[in-house]
Design a binder for this molecule. Structure first.
Ligand code: SF4
Length: 332
């Protein structure tokens, strides 16, 4: 990998609640380089969105964050709020799933994109407005000069998401975090938005962290993949490692549930039985153990010893956190 722009080391996030301490992220590491895409994959509750919110410094005050979040080598954890605000939206920007709530219904989209620019640049309103139109045009809003004066409700869901992407990219961020950016959209629009993210990434050299539960989207755009389960890393590797050499039973389960055209068809798609554990409920052993179909191949260790990420022999940086130590014999 080229020199990473964003590095996260041993990130822990714990929430203090009335019921006690709730660990949501339990020691994850990842890195992403300019122009590359890292996908963080997992079911809801896996800690993927909490991790990205921790990187952005957007967690509520009852969250304790430890570890390292380095942007170009500069530590972000513990930075004063005003320093963080200078970085957020400028060096690191975020696109959320729900474009409607990211936009203010009372202001035109052009005004909102221009304000996002003025927040970090000392320029006139006129210049910021020109920049907004340029960005709206770049993300594929037709007739951007005229449409800049329209309000969010006058756009379709896909067009609103384009506006949000324009707003996120208006300051040329080094890193863009996209949290389920296409989930609320229909399939054709999803493909258009992912293509747009791909294009702008190529043009601006932005590092993209894509949070997704949709492996189809991940297969198309990611360079590297981190699979999260119960706040921990279950597996990580290149997109080929995960899609062709997955070793963790959870990653295999996710892949088995996904229709594929690149492997021989199966009589039916598989599902992972059960539901993810509530955060903090499994304190010993493997967090996936209650749902795992391979525990019998390992035995007691699955219940007593927490598996750590371990390199897969002969597979470069591919790592899986499973005591099995080999790929289970399953048909993907
Ligand atoms: Fe399954 Fe055991 Fe591997 Fe966990 S460590 S995924 S329970 S085989």
């Amino acid at each position: 990998m080229a020199e990473p722009v964003l590095e996260v080391h041993d990130l822990h996030v714990t929430f203090t609640t009335e019921g006690g301490l709730v660990p949501a992220v339990d020691g994850i590491d990842f890195a992403v380089a300019p122009g590359e895409t890292l996908a963080i994959v997992g079911e809801s509750g896996s800690g993927k969105s909490v991790s990205s919110a921790a990187v952005m410094g957007l967690l509520p005050s009852n969250a304790e964050v430890t570890g390292e979040v380095l942007l170009d080598g500069r530590e972000l954890i513990g930075l004063p709020g005003d320093e963080l605000r200078k970085i957020r939206g400028n060096d690191i920007a975020m696109v959320f799933q729900d474009a409607l709530s990211a936009l203010n219904p009372y202001y035109s989209v052009g005004w909102q994109v221009a304000e996002a620019y003025r927040l970090h640049h000392d320029v006139s309103k006129k210049k910021a407005h020109q920049r907004a139109i340029e960005m709206l045009d770049k993300v594929g809003i037709p007739d951007a000069v005229r449409r800049a004066d329209s309000y969010p409700h006058e756009f379709s869901g896909g067009m609103r998401q384009r506006v949000v992407i324009a707003m996120a990219l208006v300051n040329d961020p080094r890193v863009l975090i996209a949290d389920e950016p296409t989930t609320a959209l229909d399939v054709t629009v999803q493909a258009q938005i992912m293509r747009l993210l791909d294009d702008v990434q190529a043009e601006f050299g932005t590092a993209l962290v894509l949070i997704s539960h949709d492996l189809g989207v991940v297969a198309e755009v990611a360079d590297d993949v981190l699979v999260m389960y119960a706040g921990r890393a279950a597996e990580r590797g290149t997109v080929r490692d995960i899609f062709f050499r997955a070793a963790h039973p959870y990653a295999l389960g996710l892949l088995g549930a996904m229709p594929r055209v690149d492997v021989p068809p199966k009589p039916r798609l598989t599902t992972i039985p059960g539901t993810p554990p509530t955060p903090g409920s499994i304190t010993t052993g493997c967090p996936f153990q209650p749902r795992c179909a391979y525990t019998h191949l390992v035995g007691e260790r699955c219940i007593t010893e927490r598996p750590e990420l371990t390199p897969r022999p002969g597979e470069g940086d591919h790592e899986a956190a499973c005591h099995l130590g080999r790929r289970p014999e399953v048909l993907l």
